[in-house]
Design a protein around this ligand. Structure first.
Ligand SMILES: NC(=O)c1ccc[n+]([C@@H]2O[C@H](COP(=O)([O-])OP(=O)(O)OC[C@H]3O[C@@H](n4cnc5c(N)ncnc54)[C@H](OP(=O)(O)O)[C@@H]3O)[C@@H](O)[C@H]2O)c1
Length: 356
């Protein structure tokens, strides 16, 4: 039987798991808590870096002999195969753990089976299939199921839903704190995608600045007609860039730029093959689409968005001539996941339910 205490331990393990964001991927983020016979916490750990020790091993190393007769709370089913490291199922058995409470089953065919292995070896196993634990491995599970990365659409909007600023006005809708949050997240993900309209108007660098984690996301421009100016900051040497164009486009002036072509139907690129390519070629897990509105419309119409990350400022738009995101998101079926304050802004995260 799973108790309220078990669930609270699993949620604590989930919070630990998220500390691996940016370094654990492409592996799933996992957290583990070990309690002794009396229920006292004697070990905690998370999967810090892909290729290094899993959460269970880090937690068991702290618990030592205090783990004997204790319980392991693991946000994801312990692995049951030898990948870059030996199976965690065997490590738990050898540590004389007598009960294992699992947050979510492992969707990975090769690694799964830890629950069954432990049960077969006389250990009491509970699998909660808890929503919070599942949310943490959602990008990993989505990639296994669809061959696509987890796609988060992020934008800053005024209180009345506008994402564009009139030329000559300050380019920033969101506050400094929010901009810093975006840099922190960029330092944890694999790729950032923008439309060529944004490159031409804003000339963004799309690099990671002042962040704790140091992943270097691939910068991707959706530019069917190859109109990215050669002087664009996105083509600088600070990070790799991929320019995605239509089959028919003349790319001759883009000497030295990494190119990827897609067929164009009535001027529209079907972006799914691009995202599949990012997974198969680069093992990409997390992508942020940073706009603008035209690209968002295509992403939503092609049902590719998994999550929305919206920064709403208290400012009002200076004119109604600029694009209103409230209309664009109307086609989506979303569930609010989280809402918090960041400086002057409200930051909302939504799960998109009608995704492929
Ligand atoms: N507040 C924010 O968070 C935020 C973020 C980003 C941008 N913005 C603002 O948004 C504005 C730019 O938005 P925008 O809508 O004009 O431009 P955009 O979405 O950045 O780029 C649109 C262009 O990209 C190409 N494109 C994108 N997806 C495509 C697809 N699936 N198939 C074919 N072509 C595709 C098309 O190029 P072609 O025209 O060559 O066909 C299209 O016109 C700027 O004012 C910028 O400041 C705001």
């Amino acid at each position: 039987m799973i108790t309220e205490f078990d669930i609270s331990m699993l949620h604590q393990a989930s919070r630990l798991a998220t500390m691996g964001h940016g370094t654990a991927e492409p592996n799933p983020m996992v957290g583990c808590i070990i309690t002794d016979v009396q229920g006292n916490i004697v070990g905690e750990g998370f999967h810090e870096k892909c290729g290094e020790a899993h959460a269970e091993i880090n937690a068991l190393a702290i618990a030592g002999e205090k783990a004997h007769g204790g319980t392991a709370y693991v946000s994801l089913e312990p692995c049951n195969h030898t990948g870059k490291t030996p199976p965690c199922s065997i490590a738990l058995l050898e540590a004389k753990i007598t009960r294992v409470v699992i947050g979510a089953s492992d969707p990975h065919d090769e690694a799964s089976g830890g629950a069954e292995f432990l049960r077969t070896n006389g250990i009491e196993v509970e699998v909660a299939e808890d929503e919070i634990c599942k949310e943490i491995i959602a990008p990993f599970a989505h990639k296994i199921k669809t061959g696509l990365p987890w796609i988060t659409c992020k934008w800053a909007q005024t209180k009345d839903g506008c994402i564009e600023t009139p030329t000559g006005d300050t380019p920033w809708i969101s506050c400094k704190e929010s901009q810093q949050l975006v840099h922190e997240e960029r330092g944890c993900i694999d790729a950032i995608v923008v439309g060529v309209g944004t490159v031409v108007k804003d000339n963004p660098q799309l690099t990671v600045r002042g962040a704790t984690k140091h992943r270097v996301p691939l910068r991707i421009v959706i530019d069917p007609n190859v109109r990215t100016p050669l002087t664009s900051a996105i083509l600088n040497e600070k990070a790799p860039t991929l320019l995605v164009h239509a089959d028919h486009a003349d790319t001759s002036r883009m000497n030295g730029v990494n190119l990827f072509h897609l067929p164009s139907v009535d001027g529209v690129l079907n972006l799914k093959p691009l995202f599949k390519h990012l997974v198969s070629e680069f093992d990409v897990t997390n992508v942020i689409v940073e706009g603008g509105a035209t690209l968002f419309k295509h992403i939503f119409q092609q049902q590719l968005a998994n999550e929305l990350w919206i920064f709403t400022s208290p400012k009002l738009s200076a004119t109604t001539a600029f694009c209103n995101m409230n209309h664009i998101v109307q086609s989506l079926n979303v569930t609010l996941l989280d809402e918090q304050i960041s400086g002057d802004d409200i930051v909302s995260r939504y799960a998109v339910n009608n995704t492929v």
